[in-house]
Unconditional design. Structure first.
Length: 98
């Protein structure tokens, strides 16, 4: 498998939790196990993907041979921290509005 095929394969595999959660939601299935709902899975996996995507900016910038753009580092950290903060406060939001 070449690099492009591997990248496409991993992208498709990475979408499975999103598709599964959408399917569970459309079937009106509330919980996957006693302690875990599909919403918990969706939120935590989304946080992991956001952190991963922010981290790829660091890797690309550090691998570049030219000068590094400090704004890219600031934006990626800001996105990660905003996602984490939102994740931490989602249960509180759902308790009031969910």
């Amino acid at each position: 498998m070449d690099r492009d095929q591997t990248t496409a394969f991993l992208a498709h595999i990475g979408a499975i939790p999103f598709i599964a959660c959408a399917l569970l939601s459309s079937l009106q299935i509330e919980a996957v196990t006693i302690d875990l709902s599909w919403l918990d899975i969706l939120l935590s996996y989304s946080l992991a993907i956001i952190c991963f995507m922010s981290g790829t900016h660091w890797g690309q910038s550090l691998a570049a041979s030219g000068p590094q753009d400090i704004n890219l580092f600031i934006i990626s950290n800001t996105c990660t921290l905003a996602a984490w903060f939102s994740y931490q406060h989602t249960p509180l939001f759902l308790a009031y509005f969910g």
